[in-house]
Design a protein around this ligand. Structure first.
Ligand SMILES: [Zn+2]
Length: 501
């Protein structure tokens, strides 16, 4: 095969069942179709998270090939995709595939925790539909570390590659790995994908990969892959609890040339992780304790508002922690990103230096459980607009549009208000406004964990507090009315059990 024709496509959104639905609009900023997708994949500053860049570079390096860029639809984490938007994206992707002519392979970039209003397994539907259209041609997929892996998502592709780092920093590497596996298949190798899902739904804050049980599970998978030549990839997928998915739970996915060995490896690693289940725990800091620590801070302290993480479907507008810090008169606080387009717009209209009463969440009812209105005297420090390029961590090299935005001073708190809902994972989101997080006494980030790879230069892990505030992404899973998660599941159900299949 001289220059194999390889289609590039994908669909990426992490869905929180408890968040409001996401329409087609949610995909506008992350929509790449046809030549624009390939151009993005070859650009040092890009819109996709890097899987395509890694894949294309590795394919280029390995020999001739012909990229056939189709469609990649990516959105920020949100609620389930509306039925209409999901049908539109799915059908457009399938139509592009049908129009592409003969294909020698497909690379598909997925998340794994998508939902649609009328579909609990969008990724499974996509890979099944792709398979129907390409026959025996190889299909290689990448998934986010938070994938809820369905049977179809594991069984249909020829190779499965999941992220291995959280915060997510290895998208480019995983794309490159997918290219190498695809090249091996094109050269005649055949892979089998084995999957075991555990009845274990770890709170997302327990899924960091620098240390702890999840880091050990991933390392065990890599050790296994290193010593067993038939195994091409081991992916330990953390799952995403808030999807409330029937495919929820941590899973082990093994791609290998020997089906039996891949199955055995998946089983052994899953059993090993099961023995570690009690270590996937959380210790959050109550708001009152966080405020006291903030008031007394002498070196920069980071308060992570983990329960309102836009990177997990949170709306970026809860006020419990902000109100408590404000009421306590804590000063030297830098906080963001607060999602309130009406307030950002008003700050723009008033202009820099204006003093006014900032009304946060003005359209929400007073009894909103997470984001009630809050009014405070404020000064407009600076306003800005347009996209910024990520500097550090998950968004390094990624163009991010924060929309119209402003920094407001509310007594001792400098609050960055944005029009685009996005997690505060990169210091550049403050710095481009002339605000230096390293100079702040207290930095409040609406982010679950990705901020750790951006703000590691601001404070070490021991000066980070994960605060127990209310919100759509609270790690306290008992606060959610799960209806579709497979039960029993640990730690929601102490009696959950897992045995060898
Ligand atoms: Zn993720």
């Amino acid at each position: 095969m001289s220059a194999p024709r390889i289609a590039l496509c994908g669909f990426q959104i992490e869905c929180n069942r408890f968040a409001p639905p996401a329409g087609l609009d949610a995909f506008r900023a992350g929509w790449l179709e046809g030549p624009a997708l390939l151009a993005d994949a070859r650009s040092p500053v890009h819109n996709n998270l890097g899987e395509f860049n890694g894949f294309v570079a590795a394919m280029d390096a390995a020999g001739p090939w012909q990229p056939v860029p189709l469609l990649f639809a990516r959105a920020q984490p949100d609620g389930p995709v509306t039925a209409a938007a999901w049908a539109g994206i799915r059908d457009r992707l399938f139509a592009a595939l049908e129009a592409a002519g003969r294909l020698d392979g497909v690379f598909c970039v997925l998340h794994g925790a998508a939902l649609a209003e009328d579909e609990d397994d969008p990724e499974g539907v996509l890979v099944t539909g792709i398979r129907r259209r390409i026959g025996m041609a190889p299909l290689v997929v990448t998934c986010d570390l938070h994938a809820n892996v369905s049977h179809s998502l594991a069984a249909v592709p020829d190779a499965f590659v999941g992220y291995r780092t959280n915060p997510h920093l290895d998208m480019r590497d995983r794309g490159a790995e997918a290219a190498l596996l695809l090249r091996r298949i094109l050269a005649g190798e055949r892979f089998h994908v084995a999957m075991r899902r555990l009845p274990l739904v770890p709170p997302s804050v327990s899924l960091l990969t620098a240390s702890g049980p999840y880091a050990e599970a991933i390392a065990a998978g890599q050790a296994l892959a290193a010593r067993e030549p038939t195994i091409a990839n081991v992916s330990v997928m953390g799952g995403f609890a808030f999807s409330d998915s029937p495919h929820g739970g941590m899973s082990v996915v093994v791609t290998g040339t020997d089906a039996e060995r891949a199955e055995t490896a998946a089983e052994e690693l899953a059993l090993r992780i099961w023995t570690m289940r009690r270590r996937f725990t959380v210790r959050l800091t109550p708001i009152a304790e966080a405020v006291a620590r903030a008031a007394a801070a002498e070196e920069t302290l980071i308060l992570a508002d983990v329960a309102d993480n836009p990177g997990g479907g949170g709306r970026g507008n809860t006020t419990a922690l902000l109100a408590a810090l404000h009421a306590a008169g804590v000063h030297g606080v830098l906080a963001g990103l607060f999602h309130d387009p009406a307030l950002a717009e008003e700050a723009h209209a008033l202009g820099q230096g204006a003093r006014f009463v900032a009304r946060l969440n003005r359209a929400n009812p007073p009894d909103d459980p997470f984001a009630p209105p809050l009014a405070a005297e404020a000064e407009v420090l600076v306003v800005s607009d347009g996209a910024v390029t990520g500097r550090r961590g998950i968004y390094a090299g990624v163009r991010v549009d924060l929309g119209r935005r402003a920094a407001l001073r509310l007594d001792g708190i400098t609050l960055v208000v944005v029009s685009a809902r996005i997690q505060c994972a990169d210091p550049v989101f403050f710095e481009h406004l002339g605000l230096d997080p390293r100079a702040a006494r207290v930095v409040v980030v609406k982010s679950r964990g990705h901020f750790r790879a951006g703000f590691d230069e601001v404070a070490p892990p021991e000066r980070i507090l994960e605060v127990d505030a209310p919100g759509l992404t609270s790690p306290v899973l008992t606060r959610f009315a799960f209806r579709r998660l497979p039960r029993p599941i640990y730690p929601l159900d102490e009696d959950a059990s897992f045995e060898a299949a």
